[in-house]
Ligand binder design. Sequence first.
Ligand SMILES: [Mn+2]
Length: 249
Amino acid sequence: MTDILVTNDDGVQAPGLLALAQALRQLGEVQVIAPVRNQSASGHKKTLFQDIAVSQTQLADGTPALAVDGSPADCIALAALGIVAWPARIVVSGINRGGNMGQDITYSGTVTAALEASIQGVPAVAVSLADRHADQIAAYERAAGAAVAVVRRVLEHGLPSFTVLNLNVPPGEFKGIRLTRQGLRIYTDELERRGDVYRIVGPEPGGDINQIGTDLWAVHHGYASLTPLHLDMTAHRLLADLAAWDITL
Ligand SMILES: [Mn+2]
């Protein structure tokens, strides 16, 4: 049985993954399986009926790792199908370069790797550093410490089925941790066109930082944010209203 399986979406050589793998070693045996390429914003992509190349590699500190030519969810799906000892006690995904808050979670490969683990029956935590420019391992060390504190508790308590924890840590010093709900991102995408080729570009997205109790609020105010997420995406409040629409077939 694998103790702690670590993955990410920034690619197997990303500094955030190295910081996370090193920190989690104090809680158990760490195994790494991660995309060979950057898979940020790949969403919950699963590669079916196509070849997926897997190679042995190592992190900058010599830690052995499996590099998967696929998405973060592919890494966990392959793990669950037996390319590593399974089940793991926990899957930890990250540490992502940049926050995953509000609607980001639907785009995030970091979060969807955790969701894939929960589908496969293993508790999971997604970890992100709310700094898109962090490129040194030292920048991720505080966030890795926060991840250890959360993972330690998940190992003690477990998580309900189809539920994951989404941890976002502000850059630099932080004041503590807040339990939060998903907030509201505000995207500032722009379209770049060259002939018939388009590119989605633009400044970093913002968000509603004034809604108290949300992930975006907590991180903006200097707290680490911990949000429980559930895979059941049913809009329960709309269900009753829908009944009144009287859709008959
Ligand atoms: Mn990423």
